[in-house]
Ligand binder design. Structure first.
Ligand code: HEM
Length: 527
């Protein structure tokens, strides 16, 4: 669940930019202190270990903050390449960020050293206000409260629990495909994003609360999508610049009370919406994860606020992630009719033999479709850096010292486009995953050599929603391609206009494809 975005730098408050000039002058005056700190840090270098390469382009106090450029992940990958290293250190004001471009390093740090590499960095709003000082699962440090809540979340999102909701998932996917097909204009097609978001949000609503939004105009949908977007924007580091450059805390003088009011509005909105959803779910006759959570709440030492924050976490974490993955899959596949053709052939063969459309349980009979799903996820990342972890102690990995307090992140694009990890990474080749029999859930929770891709993160913090989103995505691919093909819109001359599958927009939550349209066209061979 990629809540950590670097979009904040592009969207920074104008007050930040104008005040920055004046601040630089003041900061130069204490440059001597900074140099002294650097000398101390150098003295901490441990004998027999290698220094983590650091790009040269940094400034006193701001470190590399001012050199990140508009597409941060591209700059980080460029630095990895320039320094010839899969591990680099980027200084973000007073914070050290260790960026990883290689799964072996990431596995060693996040899994082997998971006991001291699974906390989240502290941010004032997300920890103190949003997480009410350590509740919920996403923003809390890896202490007892997180362990209890995470165990409960893993229980409700476990495959055997999700499987009890298969009928609900299949029904939501049917609605999705009906929506896509019936709203697709024969010439212009449609922008599928809102329908994909509706399906993903409904999956959370139906499984968690036994409730659904009917259309993209339903108030429940518009209200919750806005809540998700506002929460992520508000919780971004842009609102907490003092965490990186403490001297910039004075900016709060200009923006502090407005920010506080926005934060309070958001939290009271959350309290009203989620308390109502939870109460209705408890009293409803529909099955829901909330009922299970209340059954196991005492066993996991959870109170009502723990449950409310956790439900908000799951709604934020689970909505735009699955929908954005599907949005990428459609724009990738519309550009690759030869891949669609193979998917159609595999699905047609199954239908001919079994006289029915397959489901997730028939995965082993659909190895090509399963491989396409994985390759779509590898090919376009929905997040630049996953979520950040912090080192609770010094960690020694592959001869490098990750110092206590450093923030450690996986460069998702770098790792998935690393030619030492994936052969011909710039090419879309589903065949590279044909021999993997396990689910993505099992791969992400298993041994390093059995992992397929790394989109779901690592170790003790690995995404707990994998199975739910895997089942939804797979069911959606089956239902769309069993009956339809995804084709480009047509211009006035009736010529196809292929959408660009290389343009990415950092939406602040996740990295989405640039706006596009596709036509959902009934296949002539399907009745
Ligand atoms: C394609 C879909 C998804 C992707 C790519 C994704 C990715 C991620 C990533 C990268 C992390 C951070 C892991 C780390 O810190 O190493 C994460 C955490 C999380 N995800 Fe997902 N996620 C997806 C869907 C979901 C869904 C559907 C749910 C809920 C139903 C969910 C719930 C969570 C939660 C609660 C966390 C926080 C876990 C913790 O901090 O202990 N995610 N996810």
């Amino acid at each position: 669940m990629p809540l950590f975005s670097t979009n904040w730098w592009n969207n920074r408050d104008p007050a930040f930019t104008s005040a920055a000039g004046a601040t630089v002058a003041v900061l130069f005056a204490i440059l001597a202190v900074y140099k002294q700190q650097k000398r101390i840090a150098a003295g901490q270098h441990q004998p027999g270990t290698k220094e983590i390469p650091t790009p040269k382009q940094q400034y006193p106090f701001f470190g590399h903050l001012l050199s990140l450029g508009p597409m941060v992940s591209q700059q980080i990958t460029k630095w990895h390449n320039e320094l010839g290293s899969d591990i680099i250190q980027v200084n973000m004001g007073i914070q050290k960020w260790i960026m990883l471009n290689d799964p072996k390093l990431a596995h060693d740090i996040f899994v082997t050293n998971g006991a001291v590499a699974s906390s989240r960095p502290f941010m004032a709003f997300t920890y103190m206000k949003y997480a009410m000082g350590g509740k919920g699962v996403v923003f809390t440090d890896a202490g007892k409260s997180w362990r209890n809540t995470r165990k409960a979340v893993l229980t409700v999102l476990a495959p055997k629990m999700v499987d009890k909701f298969r009928d609900v998932i299949e029904r939501e996917v049917d609605y999705l495909v009906d929506n896509l097909a019936s709203n697709s204009d024969p010439i212009k097609g449609l922008n599928p994003v809102k329908y994909l978001q509706l399906a993903s949000l409904n999956l959370i609503l139906t499984t968690m609360f036994g409730k659904r939004a009917k259309t993209i105009d339903d108030e429940l949908f518009t209200h919750l999508v806005k809540y998700v977007e506002d929460s992520v924007a508000y919780g971004s580091p842009a609102n907490d610049i003092g965490t990186f450059v403490p001297a910039m805390k004075f900016l709060d003088l200009f923006t502090g009370s407005k920010k506080r009011l926005e934060g309070e509005r958001l939290l009271s909105l959350r309290a009203n919406s989620f308390k109502k959803l939870i109460m209705e779910a408890k009293n409803s006759s529909e099955k829901s994860f909330i009922k299970t959570l209340y059954e196991i709440k005492d066993e996991h030492d959870l109170d009502d606020d723990d449950i409310m924050v956790t439900m908000s976490d799951i709604t934020i974490a689970g909505t735009d992630t699955t929908s954005v993955s599907l949005a990428w899959a459609l724009v990738i596949l519309v550009n690759r009719p030869h891949i669609q053709k193979k998917m159609h052939e595999e699905l047609d063969a199954f239908v001919a033999e079994h006289k029915r459309v397959p489901t997730f349980d028939d995965r082993s009979s659909l190895p090509y479709l399963a491989a396409v799903q994985r390759e779509c996820m590898r090919f376009r990342n929905i997040t630049h850096f996953g979520m950040s972890h912090i080192a609770d102690e010094d960690i020694i990995s592959h001869g490098y010292v990750i110092p206590k307090g450093a923030i450690v992140m996986c460069n998702m694009n770098g790792i998935h486009m690393n030619p030492n990890v994936f052969e011909n990474p710039e090419e879309f080749i589903p065949e590279r995953f044909m021999n993997i029999k396990s689910t993505m859930y099992a791969a992400a929770n298993g041994r390093l050599e059995n992992r397929d891709h790394y989109q779901f993160g690592w170790g003790r913090r690995v995404c707990p929603g994998i199975y739910l989103s895997e089942v939804e995505m797979f069911a959606a691919l089956i239902q769309i391609f069993a009956s339809y093909s995804v084709e480009p819109p047509l211009n006035e001359k009736g010529e196809p206009v292929y959408p660009d599958d290389t343009k990415a927009v950092d939406s602040g939550i996740v990295v989405t494809p640039a706006q596009y349209n596709v036509r959902i066209v009934k296949r002539s061979t399907v009745s």
